[in-house]
Design a protein around this ligand. Structure first.
Ligand SMILES: C[S@@+](CC[C@H](N)C(=O)[O-])C[C@H]1O[C@@H](n2cnc3c(N)ncnc32)[C@H](O)[C@@H]1O
Length: 256
């Protein structure tokens, strides 16, 4: 007797988040096609409900353009550091399906951690991490924690926190207040990399952070073509594609 796995009926299959199905206009990013991971798709913030009080501040899920990520890392490494990169833990606050975590793990960080509020995205991210380990591309240990970024306890030791415009001002304020308390007396041990820095004013009004960089970072031609194709394929055309991102880098220099 042969045993065959029963294919699930469409009704029994868990529904994909809106924006992750082909019928929603999903176009796979070349990053996914090249590495066999799943980080493509655009999920509007209103579809990222988890029951958490911070849901309403969630912007959207969208994976970072690899060229923007790598250019940000180059900028950050040009800043003077008190300790070498292998002593820093990289924390992606709002990790989604983990594209930035995968890219960060290509650098020799002490560890790379992704914090994601939505359990479906966190589950997909964990699968991507497994694929990435098998490719041998990861130079750093990686993990995903499914929780609210503002409630996450920062790791001990030097830390670089990454934000790709994950949430609105109230969440960012709460997060910065907690991190400022934890890094009090540890000047130079916390850097923040902020891509698509819509809430830059929140950082400007937070005492103890010094801005090291403010400017636009351009996508590579290949990423610009890919992101334009993905965003113009959205059924409701809600998000626009640009060739650059407004970015900033901040350092915790302490309350004087
Ligand atoms: C623009 S995506 C960034 C994805 C990833 N960082 C990258 O660069 O590829 C923002 C992510 O932040 C998540 N998010 C929003 N609010 C959050 C919160 N309070 N805590 C943790 N994650 C949150 C969203 O679910 C979404 O996946």
């Amino acid at each position: 007797m042969s045993v065959r796995a029963q294919s699930k009926s469409p009704a029994a299959r868990p529904r994909l988040l809106p924006g992750l199905a082909v019928k929603d206009g999903l176009v796979r990013h070349p990053f996914d096609l090249e590495f066999g991971v799943r980080t493509s798709g655009l999920v509007a913030g209103r579809h990222l409900k988890t029951g958490h009080r911070h849901d309403r501040h969630s912007t959207a899920y969208y994976g970072i353009a690899p060229s923007i990520f790598n250019a940000m890392l180059v900028r950050w490494r040009q800043c003077r550091h008190v300790v070498p990169i292998d002593q820093f833990t990289f924390v992606d606050l709002g990790a989604g399906m983990g594209r930035a975590v995968l890219l960060a793990a290509e650098y020799p960080f002490r560890a790379v951690v992704g914090i994601e509020l939505h359990p479906t995205l966190a589950r997909i991210a964990r699968r991507n991490l497994t694929v990435w380990r098998k490719t041998g591309r990861a130079q750093a240990p990686m993990r995903i924690a499914c929780c609210d970024a503002a409630e996450f306890e920062p790791p001990s030791g030097p830390c670089v926190a990454f934000l790709f415009n994950p949430f609105g001002a109230p969440v960012l304020r709460r997060l910065l207040t907690r991190w400022a308390q934890r890094f009090d007396g540890r000047e130079g041990q916390l850097d923040l990399l902020y891509v698509n820095n819509e809430q830059e004013c929140v950082l400007e009004e937070q005492p103890g952070f010094t801005r090291l960089f403010l400017g636009q970072i351009r996508r590579s031609h290949a990423d610009a073509v890919a992101d334009r194709k993905i965003l113009t394929n959205q059924p409701d055309g809600e998000y626009a594609a640009m060739n650059w991102e407004d970015c900033s880098i901040h350092r915790w220099t302490g309350r004087k």
